[in-house]
Design a protein around this ligand. Structure first.
Ligand code: SAM
Length: 281
């Protein structure tokens, strides 16, 4: 995968040189280029913002530097494709890259979207600042990119860089070979619509707190059942919204019993919480 990030603070993306993502870049599993938006300005002050039409507080990012930056990234891709490089496939022309525009007004980023974006050949991230990027850039970009405004969550950051750090890490760790043991991607929160069970390591007793006995039993069936039930309990306590969306079709009888104890019944293939049933009981 190739990732391009455009920002007025390229140094903000330095953590992507560290840890698993940094190693993936060194190992050639991920090509990541960070571009300074100001290098695409033409005035001596390297201006990237101006006052908003219609008035109001704050500044808006000017369209021209963004157009120059995104055109240069699109042109680099075309050059690679024409030379038969990594941008082309044997089946035909390369897929249009996805332009991810971080924005609190975008669709919510989640694990499903991380998996979807991890399938792409090229992702381009446009980090907004101030009040955001002139809307015409987003419309015009559709000529070169599949455009996806994406929000990290329902709050407002100062810029897109923090959102890009989170998204690139979530997407990058799904690329083949990035995480040493691919099994660890299977059993984790949000992989199956539930939160992960609690985890423990040595010592088995610490400050008067013992690891649940079942985990020391060596009985793999019982351990799997305990973990599954802990997933249900934790999800019911912390994220009941996930249980409301959970597909109950594949639940075992033991799962249904555990969920019943938590106050959940299966109705028409979905979990429904019994009225007046307290989850913490
Ligand atoms: N005026 C914008 C609004 O109300 O929708 C907020 C602009 S915000 C101060 C500046 C930039 O931070 C945005 O252009 C975007 O790149 C980034 N940003 C802020 N909150 C974000 C979020 N929740 N998810 C993704 N990016 C965000």
């Amino acid at each position: 995968m190739r990732i391009d990030v455009v920002s007025i603070f390229p140094e903000y993306l330095a953590p992507l040189e560290l840890s698993l993502i940094g190693k993936a870049r060194q190992d050639g599993l991920l090509e990541l280029n960070v571009h300074d938006l100001r290098t695409f300005t033409t005035d001596k002050h390297r201006t990237v913002d101006d006052t908003p039409y219609g008035g109001g507080a704050g500044m808006v990012m000017k369209p021209e530097p963004w157009a120059q930056a995104l055109e240069s990234i699109a042109a680099a891709r075309v050059a690679v494709t024409e030379s038969g490089g990594s941008g082309s496939s044997q089946d035909g022309p390369a897929k249009q890259p996805v332009l991810v525009v971080p924005s609190p007004a975008g669709e919510r980023f989640n694990q499903a979207l991380a998996y979807e974006l991890a399938e792409e050949e090229q992702l381009v991230f446009a980090c907004g600042r101030y009040e955001g990027i002139d809307e015409r850039v987003i419309e015009w970009s559709a000529e070169h990119f599949t455009v996806r405004p994406v929000s990290l969550g329902d709050y407002v950051l100062n810029g897109g860089e923090v959102a890009v750090l989170a998204m690139v890490e979530a997407i990058g760790r799904l690329l083949p070979g990035v995480v040493g043991n691919p099994e660890s991607l299977v059993e984790e929160s949000h992989s199956d619509g539930l939160l992960e069970y609690p985890v423990y390591t040595k010592p088995s007793s610490w400050r008067d707190r013992d690891v649940p006995a079942v985990l020391l039993s060596g009985n793999h069936g019982k351990i799997a059942q305990w973990r599954r039930h802990e997933q249900f309990r934790r999800t019911a306590e912390r994220r009941p919204d996930l249980l409301a969306k959970f597909d109950a079709g594949g639940l075992t009888r033991a799962d249904r019993t555990a969920l019943g104890e938590l106050g959940y019944d299966v109705v028409d293939g979905h979990l429904r919480h019994r009225p007046n049933d307290d989850v913490s009981d």
